[in-house]
Write a protein that binds this ligand. Structure first.
Ligand code: NIG
Ligand code: FE
Length: 417
Protein backbone atom coordinates (compact mmCIF):
# COMPACT_ATOMS: atom_id res chain seq x y z
CA UNK A 1 0.00 0.00 0.00
CA UNK A 2 1.33 3.51 -0.77
CA UNK A 3 1.97 5.84 2.14
CA UNK A 4 1.39 9.57 2.32
CA UNK A 5 3.14 11.59 5.01
CA UNK A 6 1.22 14.84 5.04
CA UNK A 7 1.43 18.40 6.21
CA UNK A 8 4.72 18.40 8.10
CA UNK A 9 5.71 21.82 9.45
CA UNK A 10 8.93 21.39 7.49
CA UNK A 11 10.13 18.71 5.12
CA UNK A 12 13.92 18.88 5.08
CA UNK A 13 14.66 17.35 1.69
CA UNK A 14 18.46 17.80 1.56
CA UNK A 15 17.97 17.78 -2.19
CA UNK A 16 20.85 19.49 -3.95
CA UNK A 17 21.49 20.87 -7.42
CA UNK A 18 24.38 18.59 -8.22
CA UNK A 19 25.42 15.02 -7.60
CA UNK A 20 28.25 14.29 -5.20
CA UNK A 21 28.97 15.23 -1.60
CA UNK A 22 28.21 18.83 -0.66
CA UNK A 23 30.92 21.36 0.08
CA UNK A 24 31.06 24.93 1.42
CA UNK A 25 27.80 26.90 1.03
CA UNK A 26 26.02 23.87 -0.44
CA UNK A 27 26.31 22.21 2.97
CA UNK A 28 23.92 24.86 4.28
CA UNK A 29 21.26 24.29 1.62
CA UNK A 30 18.96 21.78 3.22
CA UNK A 31 15.91 22.25 0.97
CA UNK A 32 13.09 23.18 3.32
CA UNK A 33 9.50 22.71 2.15
CA UNK A 34 7.07 24.38 4.53
CA UNK A 35 3.88 22.46 5.13
CA UNK A 36 5.26 19.62 3.03
CA UNK A 37 4.16 16.10 2.17
CA UNK A 38 5.77 12.96 0.75
CA UNK A 39 4.24 10.16 -1.27
CA UNK A 40 5.80 6.71 -1.04
CA UNK A 41 5.12 3.62 -3.14
CA UNK A 42 6.78 0.26 -2.44
CA UNK A 43 10.23 1.16 -1.11
CA UNK A 44 10.61 4.41 -3.04
CA UNK A 45 9.80 8.07 -2.83
CA UNK A 46 7.33 9.02 -5.58
CA UNK A 47 6.87 12.73 -4.87
CA UNK A 48 7.84 15.46 -2.42
CA UNK A 49 5.97 18.76 -2.28
CA UNK A 50 2.81 20.30 -0.92
CA UNK A 51 -0.26 18.11 -0.40
CA UNK A 52 -2.06 19.89 -3.26
CA UNK A 53 0.79 19.28 -5.70
CA UNK A 54 0.99 15.61 -4.77
CA UNK A 55 -2.77 15.07 -5.01
CA UNK A 56 -2.84 16.81 -8.37
CA UNK A 57 0.06 14.82 -9.84
CA UNK A 58 -0.70 11.42 -8.32
CA UNK A 59 -4.45 11.40 -7.61
CA UNK A 60 -4.92 7.63 -7.50
CA UNK A 61 -1.86 6.79 -5.40
CA UNK A 62 -2.60 9.66 -3.03
CA UNK A 63 -6.16 8.42 -2.62
CA UNK A 64 -5.14 4.80 -1.96
CA UNK A 65 -2.38 5.75 0.46
CA UNK A 66 -2.24 5.09 4.15
CA UNK A 67 -1.89 8.54 5.70
CA UNK A 68 0.57 9.64 8.37
CA UNK A 69 -0.32 13.05 9.73
CA UNK A 70 2.92 14.96 10.43
CA UNK A 71 1.26 18.24 11.47
CA UNK A 72 3.41 20.16 13.94
CA UNK A 73 6.40 17.91 13.24
CA UNK A 74 9.30 17.79 10.81
CA UNK A 75 10.29 15.18 8.26
CA UNK A 76 13.81 14.39 7.07
CA UNK A 77 15.85 11.55 5.54
CA UNK A 78 16.88 8.64 7.76
CA UNK A 79 20.26 9.28 9.39
CA UNK A 80 23.30 7.55 7.92
CA UNK A 81 25.99 6.49 10.40
CA UNK A 82 28.97 6.09 8.08
CA UNK A 83 31.70 4.96 10.53
CA UNK A 84 31.14 2.33 13.20
CA UNK A 85 32.93 -0.67 14.68
CA UNK A 86 29.51 -2.28 14.96
CA UNK A 87 30.29 -5.96 15.50
CA UNK A 88 32.38 -6.54 18.62
CA UNK A 89 32.50 -8.68 21.74
CA UNK A 90 32.65 -7.36 25.30
CA UNK A 91 32.73 -3.91 26.86
CA UNK A 92 35.56 -1.72 28.24
CA UNK A 93 34.13 0.35 31.09
CA UNK A 94 37.16 -0.54 33.25
CA UNK A 95 39.48 1.14 30.76
CA UNK A 96 37.22 4.17 30.79
CA UNK A 97 37.77 4.38 34.53
CA UNK A 98 41.53 3.92 34.01
CA UNK A 99 41.50 6.88 31.64
CA UNK A 100 39.65 8.94 34.25
CA UNK A 101 42.49 7.98 36.59
CA UNK A 102 45.10 9.39 34.25
CA UNK A 103 46.12 6.62 31.83
CA UNK A 104 45.99 7.44 28.12
CA UNK A 105 44.22 5.50 25.38
CA UNK A 106 47.52 4.47 23.74
CA UNK A 107 49.11 3.49 27.09
CA UNK A 108 46.20 1.15 27.72
CA UNK A 109 46.44 -0.29 24.21
CA UNK A 110 50.20 -0.78 24.42
CA UNK A 111 49.73 -2.65 27.70
CA UNK A 112 47.52 -5.19 25.93
CA UNK A 113 44.17 -3.49 26.56
CA UNK A 114 42.26 -1.29 24.14
CA UNK A 115 41.70 -2.85 20.73
CA UNK A 116 43.56 -5.98 21.96
CA UNK A 117 41.09 -6.42 24.78
CA UNK A 118 38.12 -6.24 22.40
CA UNK A 119 39.94 -8.58 20.00
CA UNK A 120 40.14 -11.14 22.78
CA UNK A 121 36.43 -10.81 23.60
CA UNK A 122 35.47 -10.92 19.93
CA UNK A 123 37.55 -14.03 19.28
CA UNK A 124 35.94 -15.72 22.27
CA UNK A 125 32.40 -14.84 21.22
CA UNK A 126 30.48 -17.27 19.01
CA UNK A 127 28.86 -16.15 15.78
CA UNK A 128 25.47 -16.37 17.53
CA UNK A 129 26.61 -14.28 20.51
CA UNK A 130 27.93 -11.57 18.24
CA UNK A 131 24.85 -11.70 16.04
CA UNK A 132 22.48 -11.28 18.96
CA UNK A 133 24.50 -8.52 20.64
CA UNK A 134 24.76 -6.58 17.39
CA UNK A 135 21.07 -7.10 16.55
CA UNK A 136 20.23 -5.37 19.84
CA UNK A 137 22.60 -2.52 19.06
CA UNK A 138 20.91 -2.05 15.69
CA UNK A 139 17.53 -1.83 17.42
CA UNK A 140 18.96 1.05 19.47
CA UNK A 141 20.30 2.77 16.34
CA UNK A 142 16.83 2.61 14.83
CA UNK A 143 15.32 4.32 17.87
CA UNK A 144 17.63 7.27 17.20
CA UNK A 145 16.54 7.49 13.57
CA UNK A 146 19.54 5.78 11.99
CA UNK A 147 18.52 3.75 8.91
CA UNK A 148 21.93 2.87 7.41
CA UNK A 149 25.09 1.89 9.28
CA UNK A 150 28.62 1.26 8.05
CA UNK A 151 30.28 -1.62 9.93
CA UNK A 152 34.03 -2.24 10.16
CA UNK A 153 35.68 -5.50 11.08
CA UNK A 154 39.02 -5.28 12.88
CA UNK A 155 38.54 -7.08 16.18
CA UNK A 156 39.44 -10.49 14.77
CA UNK A 157 42.92 -9.74 13.46
CA UNK A 158 43.14 -13.25 12.09
CA UNK A 159 41.18 -14.55 9.12
CA UNK A 160 38.83 -16.81 11.05
CA UNK A 161 37.65 -14.01 13.30
CA UNK A 162 37.69 -11.18 10.77
CA UNK A 163 35.50 -13.41 8.61
CA UNK A 164 33.22 -14.09 11.56
CA UNK A 165 32.67 -10.36 12.11
CA UNK A 166 32.05 -9.72 8.42
CA UNK A 167 29.62 -12.63 8.21
CA UNK A 168 27.68 -11.37 11.22
CA UNK A 169 27.32 -8.05 9.41
CA UNK A 170 26.25 -9.85 6.25
CA UNK A 171 23.59 -11.87 8.05
CA UNK A 172 22.31 -8.72 9.79
CA UNK A 173 22.04 -7.03 6.41
CA UNK A 174 19.66 -9.85 5.48
CA UNK A 175 17.68 -9.99 8.72
CA UNK A 176 17.63 -6.53 10.31
CA UNK A 177 15.71 -3.66 8.78
CA UNK A 178 18.72 -1.31 9.00
CA UNK A 179 20.99 -1.41 5.95
CA UNK A 180 24.58 -2.35 6.69
CA UNK A 181 27.59 -1.47 4.54
CA UNK A 182 30.72 -3.48 5.30
CA UNK A 183 34.32 -2.38 5.61
CA UNK A 184 37.23 -4.77 6.09
CA UNK A 185 39.63 -3.42 8.72
CA UNK A 186 42.11 -6.23 9.27
CA UNK A 187 44.66 -3.44 9.71
CA UNK A 188 43.02 -2.13 12.90
CA UNK A 189 45.94 -3.18 15.14
CA UNK A 190 48.96 -5.45 15.01
CA UNK A 191 48.07 -8.55 17.06
CA UNK A 192 50.13 -8.88 20.24
CA UNK A 193 51.92 -12.02 19.05
CA UNK A 194 53.19 -10.12 15.98
CA UNK A 195 54.96 -7.45 18.05
CA UNK A 196 58.32 -6.78 16.40
CA UNK A 197 57.14 -8.61 13.27
CA UNK A 198 54.69 -5.97 12.08
CA UNK A 199 55.59 -6.38 8.41
CA UNK A 200 54.77 -10.07 8.59
CA UNK A 201 51.26 -9.17 9.69
CA UNK A 202 51.00 -6.63 6.87
CA UNK A 203 51.95 -9.42 4.46
CA UNK A 204 49.22 -11.65 5.87
CA UNK A 205 46.66 -8.91 5.30
CA UNK A 206 47.89 -8.32 1.78
CA UNK A 207 48.49 -11.89 0.64
CA UNK A 208 45.88 -13.80 2.57
CA UNK A 209 43.07 -11.68 3.92
CA UNK A 210 42.41 -9.12 1.16
CA UNK A 211 42.09 -11.77 -1.57
CA UNK A 212 39.59 -13.71 0.58
CA UNK A 213 37.53 -10.62 1.43
CA UNK A 214 37.17 -9.97 -2.28
CA UNK A 215 36.60 -13.59 -3.26
CA UNK A 216 33.88 -14.07 -0.65
CA UNK A 217 32.43 -10.64 -1.34
CA UNK A 218 32.47 -9.68 2.32
CA UNK A 219 33.19 -5.94 2.13
CA UNK A 220 33.20 -2.89 -0.13
CA UNK A 221 35.81 -0.83 1.68
CA UNK A 222 39.28 -1.38 3.13
CA UNK A 223 40.28 0.69 6.17
CA UNK A 224 43.62 1.09 8.01
CA UNK A 225 44.49 2.58 11.42
CA UNK A 226 47.40 4.76 10.28
CA UNK A 227 48.81 5.88 13.64
CA UNK A 228 52.16 6.03 15.41
CA UNK A 229 52.71 2.63 17.00
CA UNK A 230 50.03 0.97 14.87
CA UNK A 231 50.49 1.09 11.05
CA UNK A 232 52.96 3.49 9.43
CA UNK A 233 51.96 5.58 6.41
CA UNK A 234 54.09 3.27 4.22
CA UNK A 235 52.39 0.13 5.53
CA UNK A 236 48.99 1.81 5.26
CA UNK A 237 49.63 2.86 1.66
CA UNK A 238 50.62 -0.68 0.73
CA UNK A 239 47.50 -2.21 2.32
CA UNK A 240 45.21 0.32 0.65
CA UNK A 241 46.85 0.03 -2.77
CA UNK A 242 46.63 -3.77 -2.76
CA UNK A 243 43.01 -3.51 -1.58
CA UNK A 244 42.26 -1.37 -4.62
CA UNK A 245 43.51 -4.18 -6.87
CA UNK A 246 40.84 -6.36 -5.29
CA UNK A 247 38.14 -3.77 -5.86
CA UNK A 248 38.05 -2.50 -2.26
CA UNK A 249 37.72 1.26 -1.91
CA UNK A 250 40.19 2.82 0.58
CA UNK A 251 39.22 4.54 3.80
CA UNK A 252 41.71 5.62 6.49
CA UNK A 253 41.68 6.23 10.25
CA UNK A 254 43.92 9.25 9.82
CA UNK A 255 45.66 11.66 12.20
CA UNK A 256 43.57 10.58 15.17
CA UNK A 257 46.03 10.79 18.04
CA UNK A 258 49.30 12.13 16.60
CA UNK A 259 49.84 13.94 13.30
CA UNK A 260 51.07 11.31 10.83
CA UNK A 261 50.24 12.71 7.37
CA UNK A 262 47.20 10.46 7.18
CA UNK A 263 45.07 13.14 5.51
CA UNK A 264 47.75 13.58 2.85
CA UNK A 265 47.88 9.82 2.33
CA UNK A 266 44.10 9.63 1.95
CA UNK A 267 44.19 12.21 -0.83
CA UNK A 268 47.14 10.51 -2.52
CA UNK A 269 45.66 7.01 -2.63
CA UNK A 270 42.25 8.33 -3.74
CA UNK A 271 40.49 7.24 -0.55
CA UNK A 272 36.75 7.92 -0.55
CA UNK A 273 37.17 9.29 2.99
CA UNK A 274 39.65 10.04 5.74
CA UNK A 275 38.22 9.59 9.19
CA UNK A 276 38.91 11.17 12.62
CA UNK A 277 41.45 13.84 11.51
CA UNK A 278 41.68 15.35 15.02
CA UNK A 279 45.22 16.55 14.37
CA UNK A 280 45.25 16.70 10.55
CA UNK A 281 47.70 19.27 9.14
CA UNK A 282 46.79 22.36 7.10
CA UNK A 283 48.49 20.76 4.11
CA UNK A 284 46.53 17.53 4.58
CA UNK A 285 43.25 19.45 4.68
CA UNK A 286 44.19 21.35 1.54
CA UNK A 287 45.05 18.12 -0.27
CA UNK A 288 41.77 16.53 0.79
CA UNK A 289 39.82 19.52 -0.55
CA UNK A 290 41.68 19.24 -3.84
CA UNK A 291 41.10 15.49 -4.14
CA UNK A 292 37.47 15.66 -2.95
CA UNK A 293 38.19 13.25 -0.07
CA UNK A 294 35.31 13.23 2.39
CA UNK A 295 36.27 14.03 6.00
CA UNK A 296 34.34 11.71 8.29
CA UNK A 297 34.56 13.49 11.64
CA UNK A 298 33.79 11.71 14.90
CA UNK A 299 33.31 14.25 17.67
CA UNK A 300 32.22 11.55 20.13
CA UNK A 301 35.74 10.16 20.11
CA UNK A 302 37.33 13.51 20.93
CA UNK A 303 34.73 13.99 23.66
CA UNK A 304 35.21 10.54 25.19
CA UNK A 305 39.03 10.55 24.91
CA UNK A 306 39.15 14.19 26.05
CA UNK A 307 41.19 15.00 22.95
CA UNK A 308 41.08 18.13 20.78
CA UNK A 309 38.19 18.20 18.33
CA UNK A 310 38.89 17.96 14.59
CA UNK A 311 38.85 21.33 12.84
CA UNK A 312 35.50 20.80 11.14
CA UNK A 313 34.80 24.51 10.60
CA UNK A 314 38.12 25.04 8.85
CA UNK A 315 37.66 21.91 6.73
CA UNK A 316 34.29 23.10 5.45
CA UNK A 317 35.64 26.58 4.78
CA UNK A 318 38.55 25.05 2.86
CA UNK A 319 36.14 23.08 0.66
CA UNK A 320 36.38 19.60 2.20
CA UNK A 321 33.05 17.70 2.15
CA UNK A 322 32.37 16.83 5.79
CA UNK A 323 30.37 13.91 7.20
CA UNK A 324 29.71 13.24 10.90
CA UNK A 325 29.39 9.83 12.54
CA UNK A 326 29.36 8.11 15.93
CA UNK A 327 32.45 5.86 15.54
CA UNK A 328 30.40 3.51 17.74
CA UNK A 329 32.94 1.15 19.35
CA UNK A 330 33.60 -0.20 22.87
CA UNK A 331 36.75 1.87 23.52
CA UNK A 332 36.77 5.41 22.20
CA UNK A 333 33.07 6.06 21.54
CA UNK A 334 30.56 3.68 23.07
CA UNK A 335 27.47 5.57 22.02
CA UNK A 336 24.76 4.90 19.47
CA UNK A 337 23.18 8.35 19.73
CA UNK A 338 24.01 10.05 16.45
CA UNK A 339 21.82 13.04 17.49
CA UNK A 340 24.08 13.60 20.51
CA UNK A 341 27.14 13.40 18.24
CA UNK A 342 25.51 15.97 15.93
CA UNK A 343 25.18 18.29 18.88
CA UNK A 344 28.88 17.86 19.71
CA UNK A 345 29.74 18.75 16.11
CA UNK A 346 27.82 22.01 16.43
CA UNK A 347 29.12 22.91 19.87
CA UNK A 348 32.75 21.83 19.50
CA UNK A 349 33.60 21.86 15.80
CA UNK A 350 31.64 24.93 14.79
CA UNK A 351 29.24 23.30 12.35
CA UNK A 352 25.95 25.10 11.81
CA UNK A 353 22.55 23.49 12.31
CA UNK A 354 22.20 23.12 8.55
CA UNK A 355 25.70 21.75 7.97
CA UNK A 356 25.31 19.03 10.56
CA UNK A 357 22.16 17.78 8.82
CA UNK A 358 24.01 17.57 5.51
CA UNK A 359 26.90 15.83 7.27
CA UNK A 360 24.72 13.02 8.63
CA UNK A 361 22.56 12.46 5.56
CA UNK A 362 23.82 13.18 2.03
CA UNK A 363 27.51 13.50 2.80
CA UNK A 364 27.46 10.43 5.04
CA UNK A 365 25.72 8.52 2.24
CA UNK A 366 28.42 9.55 -0.23
CA UNK A 367 31.12 8.48 2.26
CA UNK A 368 29.83 4.91 1.90
CA UNK A 369 29.08 5.17 -1.81
CA UNK A 370 25.30 5.29 -1.38
CA UNK A 371 24.76 8.91 -2.39
CA UNK A 372 22.62 7.94 -5.37
CA UNK A 373 20.17 5.91 -3.24
CA UNK A 374 19.80 7.53 0.18
CA UNK A 375 20.56 10.72 2.12
CA UNK A 376 17.92 13.01 0.62
CA UNK A 377 14.20 13.05 0.03
CA UNK A 378 13.63 13.09 -3.69
CA UNK A 379 11.80 11.14 -6.32
CA UNK A 380 13.39 7.77 -6.99
CA UNK A 381 15.39 7.55 -3.78
CA UNK A 382 14.79 4.92 -1.16
CA UNK A 383 11.99 5.80 1.25
CA UNK A 384 14.11 5.98 4.44
CA UNK A 385 12.30 8.77 6.27
CA UNK A 386 12.01 10.17 9.79
CA UNK A 387 9.12 12.03 11.36
CA UNK A 388 10.57 13.99 14.27
CA UNK A 389 8.78 15.41 17.24
CA UNK A 390 10.01 19.01 16.90
CA UNK A 391 8.40 22.06 15.31
CA UNK A 392 11.38 23.03 13.13
CA UNK A 393 14.85 21.71 12.31
CA UNK A 394 16.59 24.21 14.60
CA UNK A 395 14.97 22.59 17.60
CA UNK A 396 16.77 19.33 16.84
CA UNK A 397 20.02 20.61 18.36
CA UNK A 398 18.43 23.24 20.59
CA UNK A 399 16.63 20.58 22.62
CA UNK A 400 19.85 18.67 23.03
CA UNK A 401 20.49 15.26 24.56
CA UNK A 402 16.96 14.15 23.75
CA UNK A 403 15.60 11.67 21.28
CA UNK A 404 13.14 13.39 18.94
CA UNK A 405 12.41 10.34 16.78
CA UNK A 406 8.66 9.89 16.37
CA UNK A 407 8.24 7.58 13.36
CA UNK A 408 10.83 5.75 11.28
CA UNK A 409 9.96 4.66 7.75
CA UNK A 410 12.50 2.24 6.28
CA UNK A 411 12.28 0.94 2.71
CA UNK A 412 8.80 2.48 2.54
CA UNK A 413 7.45 0.73 5.66
CA UNK A 414 6.75 2.14 9.09
CA UNK A 415 9.22 0.22 11.28
CA UNK A 416 9.10 2.32 14.43
CA UNK A 417 6.25 4.33 15.88
O1 NIG B 1 37.97 4.67 15.62
N1 NIG B 1 41.18 4.30 16.34
C1 NIG B 1 40.95 3.13 16.16
N2 NIG B 1 39.79 2.54 16.25
C2 NIG B 1 38.68 2.97 16.99
C3 NIG B 1 38.74 2.61 18.41
C4 NIG B 1 38.74 1.18 18.59
C5 NIG B 1 38.76 0.74 20.02
O2 NIG B 1 39.26 1.44 20.91
O3 NIG B 1 38.29 -0.36 20.23
C6 NIG B 1 38.38 4.42 16.72
O4 NIG B 1 38.56 5.28 17.58
FE1 FE C 1 36.87 4.24 14.14
Amino acid sequence: MPTLIKNANEVITLKGDRKGPRTKEAMKEIGIIKNGSILIDQDQIVAVGTLEEIQREHPQLAMDAEVIDAAGKIVMPGLVDCHTHLVHGGTRENEFNMRLNGFTYMEIMNAGGGIHSTTKSTRQASFEDLYEKTFNHLNEFLKYGVTTVEAKSGYGLDWENEKKQLEVAKKLQETHVIDIVSTFMGAHAVPIDYKGREDEFVDIIINQMLPKVAEENLAEFNDVFCEKGVFTPEQSRKILEVGKLYGLTPKIHADEIEPYEGAELAAEVGAISAEHLLVASDEGIRKMAEAGTIAVLLPGTAFFLRAPFARGRLMIDEGVPVAISTDFNPGSSPTISLPFIMNLACMNMGLTLEEVLTATTVNAAYAINRGDQIGSLEKGKKADILVLNVANYKQLQYYYGMNHTHIVVKNGKVVLK
